[in-house]
Design a binder for this molecule. Structure first.
Ligand SMILES: Nc1nc2c(c(=O)[nH]1)N[C@H]1C(S)=C(S)[C@@H](COP(=O)(O)OP(=O)(O)OC[C@H]3O[C@@H](n4cnc5c(=O)[nH]c(N)nc54)[C@H](O)[C@@H]3O)O[C@H]1N2
Ligand SMILES: Nc1nc2c(c(=O)[nH]1)N[C@H]1C(S)=C(S)[C@@H](COP(=O)(O)OP(=O)(O)OC[C@H]3O[C@@H](n4cnc5c(=O)[nH]c(N)nc54)[C@H](O)[C@@H]3O)O[C@H]1N2
Ligand code: SF4
Ligand SMILES: [Mo]
Length: 684
């Protein structure tokens, strides 16, 4: 028996550390959370408790495969790694020679957020000179908006929420998406008397278990925040000393918020003016007060406005002065600072990429007639865009192109893998090395391979080493071993990781970054252009946006059938799945076995829909057939369908992203705008 340290690879803020015990035959026989890890304390979430089932699933892809049927039909034959790599490289060379390297594109996202496997292909595709995938479908808009106000993304250690006495979970479903923060710091704060408020159009498990649920209209957060600022300034509840010393643009902000009396915001948000007043006063008079936000709010064409307005609130009341007060969100930058990410990134002197495409718009990129050259060689890894990218039907139209050669590196036969010409088998976290940063905690973890790769599975890093060798690329950075890369990333010399070595991580499994009493902007010195907390942003003004926080309505959707679609669709995460992962591993009876759309009793009655009816949700982008769940989970005019489900889960083979447009936030840099409206009718 031997025990190995590891950590969860998923795009989840908790980054739990674990231990795997392997028997003499090399099989993982015991799997548990690492009890010494301060954030996880040995408890894995319900999804990950079943990770060994994922590793040993009979549905794993264990050998390279070549397509034998139509694209999407899921018919494949087994081939060898040599055949697979030869074919990929022959096609790659041909594409580069005939159409140029820009016809080549990677699509890589959040299947693992480890530093090795996530960034494994960056240097290779830079060497090819491929079209670059830019943007993000997770957090870019929110980060940009917070940045424009405070100059920082990491502004509070999430664990300091324990010290808060008023916690607003603003568009984040903490109990489901950030389970250890909920069961840890937030629960401890509540025991000490903290009030927890959830601001969410959906009565999520978080909202249902909070002290106060503000169930506003989707995309109306900026109006709510501006009205709160109206009340705070009107009633003199702002922190004038903090404002005078540390902020920029207060007078302009005070003038702006005069336009947002609570009555006006009530009409936009659907929240009573009296409730807005009460919220504003409670927030401004209970210290320390913290706002926590992740991605819920950013998902609209006006998402940047929402996050920007919300990010102004803590500056107005000087919430950062005290630990436990301020704005808690992604803790990203400390990791980028601490580790030498250059080990995984293209060399600084690499020629600039001549073309980029937005990650959130795969379908558009693959079908755009103006793409010259069009993408004809695509490699998808760490991602399942047929399920997770907006405008599913357009993604499929693109993936179906006969002149497109597609490679998918996967653990399972996903909806995306079915469109591949070649499928490569990928290892799981039990089978490869990984250095796991965390975007929700101060902890880093080492993941050691505990078992041999299953079947012929290979790690992402190994695939790119082999591709590099076959392409004749001799650059040293393309051929480093995983262990060598981890050691180099740890050799940055940054004070955050002083004393953290490969050996110390091997011994303990995890380490805390040396960030001390983390309160980087509590004493001012905001890393903004002005050095102040910017209620007024010249950066926004220069980019043609309103420099002050403002509310703009989200895009009305051209419904394409002669009338405006009346129902707003929210597509967020589901408790039992991690993005599209685990949907294929669900057990009957142990979790939601089929997708359901949550609809309010009034909206259902108006359409003659009763609970349990099979309904069609539709708009100009697609149509999804699911069961209706009539409840008070959503307010009138809003429906909710988790985005995680695969196509096979619905009776007509389309899932939530068949209904989402592939627009971007009006800020242009940043994430998707899922401004989606639908109509619903009974089927059958
Ligand atoms: N169980 C589980 N955990 C996960 C994931 C998962 O799939 N499942 N995914 C992981 C990933 S990749 C991420 S990025 C994080 C994200 O973590 P969260 O940001 O917490 O996740 P979401 O569920 O996308 O969105 C949060 C909430 O925003 C609400 N919301 C939607 N529109 C609005 C709006 O206009 N205003 C407001 N105020 N709220 C709105 C949604 O109803 C939802 O409850 O979770 C991670 N953790
Ligand atoms: N409508 C709507 N759409 C959304 C969202 C939403 O809230 N609403 N949320 C968005 C968000 S926040 C995110 S982060 C994205 C996530 O979108 P994706 O990045 O596509 O995430 P996953 O669904 O987790 O798919 C990752 C795939 O990578 C595979 N994988 C895991 N580990 C490895 C590995 O080591 N190597 C290889 N080669 N493959 C591996 C998994 O088997 C899985 O199929 O979805 C976004 N899409
Ligand atoms: S998905 Fe999140 S909560 Fe679950 S084990 Fe992984 S890091 Fe922990
Ligand atoms: Mo995400």
């Amino acid at each position: 028996m031997k025990t190995f340290h590891g950590a969860c690879p998923h795009d989840c803020p908790d980054t739990c550390a674990w231990q795997v015990t392997v028997d003499d035959e090399g099989r993982a026989v015991k799997f548990e959370g690492n009890k010494s890890h301060p954030f996880t304390q040995g408890a894995l979430c319900s999804k990950l408790k079943r990770y060994p089932e994922r590793v040993y699933s009979e549905n794993r892809i264990l050998h390279p495969l070549r397509r034998t049927g139509a694209k999407g039909a899921g018919l494949f034959e087994r081939i060898s790694w040599d055949e697979a790599l030869d074919e990929m490289v022959a096609r790659l060379k041909q594409t580069m020679a005939e159409d140029g390297p820009l016809a080549v594109m990677p699509y890589n996202f959040a299947g693992t957020i480890g530093m090795l496997q996530r960034y494994a292909g960056e240097q290779f595709f830079a060497r090819v000179g491929a079209t670059e995938m830019l943007g993000d479908i997770c957090g870019a808009t929110a980060c940009d908006a917070m940045f424009s106000v405070t100059g920082a993304i990491d502004q509070m250690d999430a664990e300091d929420l324990e010290r808060s006495r008023f916690i607003i979970l603003w568009g984040t479903n903490t109990a489901a998406t950030n389970v250890h923060l909920w069961s840890g710091a937030i629960t401890r704060a509540r025991k000490a008397g903290a009030i927890v408020v959830s601001i969410d159009p959906i009565k999520t498990s978080t909202a249902a278990h909070s002290d106060w649920h503000i169930q506003l209209n989707p995309g109306s957060d900026a109006a709510l925040a501006l009205a709160m600022m109206h009340v705070i300034i009107r009633d003199g509840l702002h922190d004038q000393a903090f404002i005078d010393q540390h902020t920029l643009g207060f007078d302009a902000l005070a003038k702006r918020v005069k336009d947002y009396p609570p009555e006006y915001a009530a009409a936009i948000t659907g929240i009573d003016a009296a409730e807005i007043e009460k919220l504003a006063r409670a927030y401004a008079t209970t210290a320390p007060a913290a706002i926590r936000l992740l991605v819920g709010m950013e998902r609209y064409s006006n998402g940047h406005n929402g996050v920007r307005a919300v990010a102004c609130l803590p500056g107005l009341i000087g919430a950062f002065r005290q630990r436990g007060g301020g704005l808690s969100s992604f803790m990203l930058m400390m990791f980028f600072a601490a580790f030498d990410y250059g080990v995984m990134m293209p060399p600084r002197d690499a020629p600039p990429r001549a073309r980029s495409a937005h990650l959130a718009q795969l379908g558009r990129t693959l079908t755009d007639p103006d793409m010259d050259p069009p993408i004809t060689w695509l490699m998808v890894y760490n991602a399942n865009p047929v399920v997770t990218a907006a405008n599913q039907n357009l993604t499929i139209e693109g993936m179906q192109r006969e002149d497109l050669f597609t490679v998918v590196h996967e653990q399972f036969m996903t909806d995306t893998a079915k469109y591949a010409d070649i499928i490569l088998p990928a290892t799981t976290q039990f089978e490869h090395y990984e250095l796991m940063p965390s975007w929700g905690t101060r902890y880093v973890a080492l993941n050691e391979p505990a078992i041999e790769p299953q079947g012929e599975a290979l790690a992402n890093t190994e695939v790119f080493r082999r591709l590099s060798a076959r392409m004749g690329y001799t650059d040293a950075c393309l051929h480093r071993s995983d262990e060598e890369r981890i050691r180099l990333m740890l050799a940055s010399g940054h004070p955050y990781i002083e004393g953290i070595t490969f050996e110390s991580l091997q011994r303990d499994g995890w380490a805390a970054l040396n960030i001390g009493d983390f309160n980087p902007i509590g004493e001012g010195n905001m890393p903004t252009p002005s050095g102040k907390y910017e209620f007024f942003s010249q950066t926004y003004a220069d980019a043609g946006h309103d420099p002050l926080p403002t509310y703009e309505p989200i895009d009305a959707q051209d419904f394409g059938r002669g009338h405006a679609a009346p129902l707003h669709l929210v597509t967020a995460k589901a408790n039992h799945f991690l993005n599209s992962e685990y949907v294929n591993l669900r057990h009957r009876g142990t979790q939601n076995h089929q997708p359901a759309v949550a609809i309010s009793p009034g909206d259902a009655a108006a359409r003659n829909i009763v609970d349990g009816d099979m309904v069609s949700m539709f708009n100009r982008y697609g149509e999804v057939h699911v069961v209706a769940s009539v409840s008070d989970m959503t307010r009138a005019g809003v429906v909710y369908l988790p985005f995680n489900w695969w196509r096979e889960s619905t009776s007509n083979g389309q899932s939530a992203n068949a209904l989402t447009p592939d627009g971007l936030s009006r800020r242009q840099i940043g994430s998707n705008a899922f401004d989606a409206h639908v109509e619903i009718k009974k089927v059958g």
